[in-house]
Design a protein around this ligand. Structure first.
Ligand code: TLP
Length: 346
C-alpha cells in the first residue's frame, strides 16, 4: 500500500528502532530521563530558544502553549483554517477557556494589517474593560490547510512584529517548520526568533513514531510544564521515543527536499489529468490538495485504495496527498499511473 494520506503514517525503520532500543531512560516527570533532556536541549538550540518541553502530540504542544500564554476569558487570534481551530476539537475554548478571533487569510498567510484589524483599540466614550484582553497570535508554518504553504520570512516577521507592538504574544504551530525551513532555505530559528513559543513535531515529516516539542523562554517552559501535567502529558521512561526523535533530527531533516520534489511531481501530473483542479505552482512543500470536478472525493479514494494507493478525501470534492519518508520515487510513479487509470488522460 502506498499511503499518501499524511506524513504521520511513517513507521520507524531498523536504525531508528535500534536507537530506541539503546536509549538511556529514567522517569521524566522527575526530570531524570537523560535522552528526553538531550532532545529538549538540542531542539531548543535548533530553534534558538532557552528551553524545550517534550510532549506526546502536536495538539498537546499547541494547547499547552495556548493555556500557558493565556487565562480563561482572554482572546486569541488565529487563521480560520489553522490546525489549532480546525482540527483540535475546540480545545482552545473547551480546555483553556479562550475565545478565538479568526483571520480570513489566503492559504494561511496574512500580514500585520490583518492582526491590527482584530486588536481592540481604546474607544473614546466606551467603558474601560469592555473587550476581553487579546493575548496571543497563532501562526502556522507550513500551513497545512493552506496547502503546505511556507510563510515568506519577511511577512512572518512583520506579522509577528505587529502583534507584539500591540502587546500580544506570538505562538507558531511549526508541526512542519522543518519543511518550511528546507523550502525557504533558512534555519528554523530564523522563523522562531519572531515567536515567544514554537511547537514542532517529530512524528510528521521527520518520521518518528511519536512526539512533539514546545520551545520558549525558561520561564514560559516552567509554566508550560505545569499544564502538560494537568493535561495528562507527563511521560515516564519517554527516552525510548525521544531517541527516535533525536535520530530523526540527525538523519531526516535534509531529505525533506525529496518529499517536496515528489509532491511537485504529483501536482504536475495531476494538473494534466481531466477533471482535476490544481495549481502546481502553489505546491511548495510535501502537502497538496486538488479538487475533482467530475467525481466525488470519497469515490476517488475508494478507487485508489482498490489499486493500492491511499489518499485522503478531505471534502466532498477535495483530496489531500502528503509525501513522506516512506514514499519512494517508484511509489510516486505508481501513484501517478493509478490516478491516470482512474481519471483518464487529458
Ligand atoms: N495534522 C494531521 C491531521 O490532524 C490533519 C495531518 O495528518 O496533517 N499542527 C499541524 C499543522 C498539523 O498538521 C497537525 C497534525 C498538528 C498540529 C497536530 O499534531 P498531532 O496529530 O501530533 O496532534
Amino acid at each position: 500500500m502506498i499511503d499518501l494520506r499524511s506524513d504521520t503514517v511513517t513507521r520507524p525503520g531498523p536504525a531508528m528502532r535500534a536507537a530506541m532500543a539503546a536509549a538511556e531512560v529514567g522517569d521524566d516527570v522527575y526530570g531524570e530521563d537523560p535522552t528526553v533532556r538531550t532532545l529538549e536541549e538540542r531542539t531548543a538550540e535548533i530553534l534558538g530558544k532557552e528551553a524545550g518541553l517534550f510532549v506526546p502530540s502536536g495538539t498537546m504542544a499547541n494547547q499547552v502553549a495556548i493555556r500557558a500564554h493565556s487565562e480563561p476569558g482572554d482572546e486569541i487570534i488565529a487563521d480560520a483554517h489553522s490546525h489549532i481551530l480546525l482540527y483540535e476539537r475546540a480545545a482552545p475554548t473547551a480546555v483553556s477557556g479562550v475565545m478565538p478571533r479568526l483571520v480570513q487569510s489566503a492559504a494561511g498567510v496574512f500580514d500585520g494589517d490583518a492582526v491590527r484589524a482584530l486588536v481592540h483599540g481604546p474607544l473614546p466614550g466606551m467603558p474601560a474593560g469592555l473587550f476581553p484582553p487579546t493575548r496571543l497570535l497563532c501562526l502556522e508554518n507550513t500551513h497545512n490547510a493552506g496547502g503546505g504553504t511556507v510563510w515568506p520570512l519577511p511577512t512572518f516577521a512583520e506579522t509577528a512584529r505587529e502583534a507584539r507592538r500591540h502587546g500580544l504574544r506570538v505562538h507558531c504551530d511549526g508541526a512542519r517548520l522543518w519543511n518550511a525551513a528546507v523550502a525557504a532555505g533558512v534555519p528554523e530559528k530564523a522563523y522562531a526568533e519572531h515567536c515567544d513559543s514554537v511547537a514542532v513535531c517529530f512524528s510528521k515529516g521527520l518520521g518518528a513514531p511519536i512526539g512533539s516539542l514546545l520551545a520558549g523562554s525558561r520561564a514560559f517552559i516552567d509554566r508550560a510544564r505545569r499544564f502538560r501535567g494537568m493535561f495528562g502529558g507527563g511521560m515516564r521512561q519517554a527516552g525510548v521515543i525521544a531517541a527516535a526523535a533525536l535520530y530523526a533530527l540527525d538523519h531526516h531533516r535534509e531529505r525533506l527536499a525529496e518529499d517536496h520534489a515528489h509532491a511537485r511531481k504529483l501536482a504536475l501530473a495531476l494538473a494534466d489529468l481531466p477533471g482535476v483542479a490544481i495549481d502546481p505552482a502553489r505546491v511548495e512543500t510535501n502537502i497538496l490538495y486538488f479538487r475533482l470536478e467530475k467525481m466525488a472525493a470519497a469515490r476517488f479514494a475508494e478507487a485508489c485504495e482498490a489499486r493500492g494507493v491511499r489518499v485522503l478525501p478531505i471534502g466532498v470534492d477535495t483530496v489531500r496527498l502528503v509525501t513522506h519518508l516512506d514514499v519512494a520515487p517508484a511509489d510516486v510513479t505508481r501513484a501517478i499511473e493509478v490516478f491516470t487509470a482512474i481519471l483518464g488522460r487529458g
